[in-house]
Write a protein that binds this ligand. Sequence first.
Ligand SMILES: [Zn+2]
Ligand SMILES: [Zn+2]
Ligand SMILES: [Zn+2]
Length: 284
Amino acid sequence: MELTFLGTAADSAYPLPFCGCPTCQHARARGGKNIRRRSSVMVNRDLLIDLGPDSIQAMLTSGFDPSQVRFLLQTHPHHDHFDPNHLITRIPDYGGICLAPLTLVASPGTLQRMTTMMQATGFEGDLLQAETQHLLSLQVQPIQAGGSRTLGGYHITAFQANHDHGAESLIYAVQSRGRALLYATDTDTLLEPTLGQLSASGLRFAVVVLDHTYGPGCDGGGHLNADRFRDTVAWLRGADLLEEDARIYATHLSHEGNPEHEELERDAHQHGYLIPWDGLTLQV
Ligand SMILES: [Zn+2]
Ligand SMILES: [Zn+2]
Ligand SMILES: [Zn+2]
């Protein structure tokens, strides 16, 4: 599999739009890898994880064709991961032609919230109704934590995220050709049901992309900080869920405790993980 980071920032983007802190000032001055979009990733050229507000522009910048996306995995409906307006452009009113069918996988709670967000723009459909799915040329596959699906050449398994439980937020394992990727944002420390399901899954990840919203000494709700990120990686390793040469990437980075790219990279290197940047492509 080929994995491309479309965005690596938290919901506040990076740098924080109007912030004058040294980190944000420095990020603006340095540019390049320090300019981060809201988090989402592409797998190969046909699987998108999270249709966020920056995802389509990032795809175009990286040379992807959004009309070729066949599978959309939605972790949860927060505004930095789901842009209702982009999905709505699939209705005939926008004059799009030859829209290829798109399979949308999300939890029932997330599908409900996505519908509410779409309705807030004046859209009258419901993602769980066949009529709406037909209108959007969309095949919707609700998935529960612990559930799995085969989508084309991919095998997907969903696990519960420790994040906005009302939306039934999920993290995903994506397997293809004997390799496995874990995409795990947004989440705080993984809870017992997830640890149990992961342990029993028989999965061994070649690449893990994990929430690192806050740097060392910083904290907030519903996300990992650097310390709990490292604890989570240690748990994954201890549970034999990582390939010997597994690569661990931090994502969903905010300006709180996460310094500019090179400094963050040096710090991560000391702890055995990696800092991606927007547009980075790697083989899983
Ligand atoms: Zn987020
Ligand atoms: Zn700042
Ligand atoms: Zn979130």
